[in-house]
Write a protein that binds this ligand. Structure first.
Ligand code: AMP
Ligand code: GLY
Length: 425
């Protein structure tokens, strides 16, 4: 059977997913809602808000969509999977992603921490605090060593985590968060022990029981070179990650991936789709920093080009509960992805600036993140504008190629980090 897919989302991750899906022998038609100027080259963009479930339903019914793939977390956290299951005319159409309840693995830090505690999954020690137990929160902070990690419980557009070196400032910030610094998202705050190590991202595709592990990646989250300045959605990614060697990944699988899936099963939590595990490698030992219920961005732009088997077949198998038969084939090459952003990002930035040179990619892959307009006249439309990926036998070669491609792409005030992957060469 060939599939008519509706892919939800509009970033570089969705461009990369769309690009991978178009390589499948199982693809009939691809719609992207709302998509961007990159996905428009691969399928049909439709102007539907992914969180308007009734509009999604109407489109799916009219266009004989056979599967929905959800890129970002918001529609999952808002319950799109439950909505489909509860609507008789579309209940038979699989939506790749977890239920609303299960999406709290990403949507609530407290939910995720309690889940990890119940299943003895290694993670930083923590205390969950509301206005009612603020005094207990202060007392817990006093037992910790600096720096102090404060996390808004709910989704806060990637901005809800504060890492503070001074105890008194941490106490002041804790009170401010509970007072609504991040709106409702910080009416509960999780205080965590600081984990000192190096981060990597591991992606698992599951049908709720069986699983495959996708290639891991390292994301470069800070805006500034040398990992300085504010956090962003991610300024670059590389895959594979040299320190995520066989011994480390064995620990990740046995101590984290399996207990996570067994925990979900035991608790009868309905889950299919991606589990993105943000890990800290602390002296060779993996600890979970966070779960996400989707693929990463820009990690997808580095990970998906390394997948050689038919990605759509894997996704269909995950949605149908038949993942066991699938063997994932992965290229041994290294992928290096660098994001070009609008000057000013992650703060205020201009939109609507013309972009030139997108056609000069050579052997690199150019994924559009914040680009609108036409193929002939592309213009910037977001903070992260482009993710350029190159594949090569060695990381250094992949980086050289990516930066060469970036040199040929221009828009006013473009900013990118020149040190992506350099720490691992
Ligand atoms: P999160 O939104 O939970 O991924 O946190 C954002 C970033 O804060 C992570 O990518 C880490 O760099 C950092 N972080 C979060 N929790 C900790 C922790 N317990 N120890 C050290 N760094 C952390
Ligand atoms: N790059 C991190 C994320 O997608 O959450």
């Amino acid at each position: 059977m060939k599939h008519t897919i509706l892919l939800l989302g509009s970033g570089g991750r969705e461009h990369a997913i769309a690009w991978k899906l178009t390589q499948s022998t199982k693809l009939n038609r691809l719609f992207i809602a709302p998509g961007n100027a990159g996905t428009a080259q691969l399928g049909e963009n439709i102007s539907i808000n992914p969180e308007d479930f009734v509009a999604v339903q109407t489109f799916v019914e009219k266009n004989d969509v056979t599967m929905v793939i959800v890129g970002p977390e918001a529609p999952l956290v808002a319950g799109i999977v439950d909505f489909f299951k509860a609507t008789p005319t579309i209940a038979h159409i699989p939506v790749l992603g977890p239920s609303k309840y299960a999406a709290q693995m990403e949507g609530s830090k407290e939910f995720a921490k309690e889940f990890m505690k119940r299943h003895a999954i290694p993670t930083a020690g923590y205390l969950s605090v509301t206005k009612e137990n603020l005094a207990q929160g202060f007392a817990f902070l006093e037992t910790l060593q600096a720096p102090y990690v404060l996390k808004a419980d709910g989704l806060a557009a990637g901005k809800g985590v504060l890492i503070i070196s001074d105890l008194n400032e941490a106490k002041t910030e804790l009170a401010a968060m509970l007072d609504g610094k991040f709106g409702k998202a910080s009416s509960t705050v999780v205080i965590e022990e600081f984990l000192d190590g190096i981060e990597c991202s591991v992606f698992v595709l599951t049908d709720g029981d069986k699983y495959v592990i996708l290639p891991e990646a390292k994301d470069y989250k800070r805006i500034g070179e040398g990992d300085t300045g504010p956090n962003t959605g991610g300024m670059g990614a590389i895959s594979p990650v040299s320190f995520a060697n066989e011994a480390f990944m064995e620990k990740v699988e046995h101590r984290i991936i399996r207990p996570t899936l067994q925990g979900l099963l035991q608790e009868k939590i309905d889950y299919c789709g991606f589990i993105f595990i943000g890990l800290m490698n602390v002296a060779g030992e993996p600890y979970v920093i966070e779960y996400n219920v989707r693929l990463g961005d820009p990690e997808s732009e580095a990970v998906l080009p390394r997948i050689e088997s038919d990605f759509l077949k894997h996704l269909v198998a995950a949605a149908n509960g038949s993942l066991a038969k699938e063997t994932l084939q992965v290229s041994p090459k290294t992928a290096a992805t660098v994001v070009m952003a609008s000057g000013g990002y992650p703060g205020d930035y201009k939109k609507g600036l013309p972009i030139t040179g997108l056609q000069n990619a050579g052997e690199s892959l150019v994924f559009y993140a914040g680009i609108t307009g036409t193929l002939e006249n592309p213009i910037t439309n977001g903070g992260r504008v482009i993710a350029v990926t190159s594949l090569a036998p060695e990381l250094s070669q992949a980086l050289t190629q990516t930066y060469k491609t970036i040199d040929g792409i221009h828009f006013s005030d473009a900013y990118y980090r020149r040190d992506i992957g350099k720490d691992l060469i």
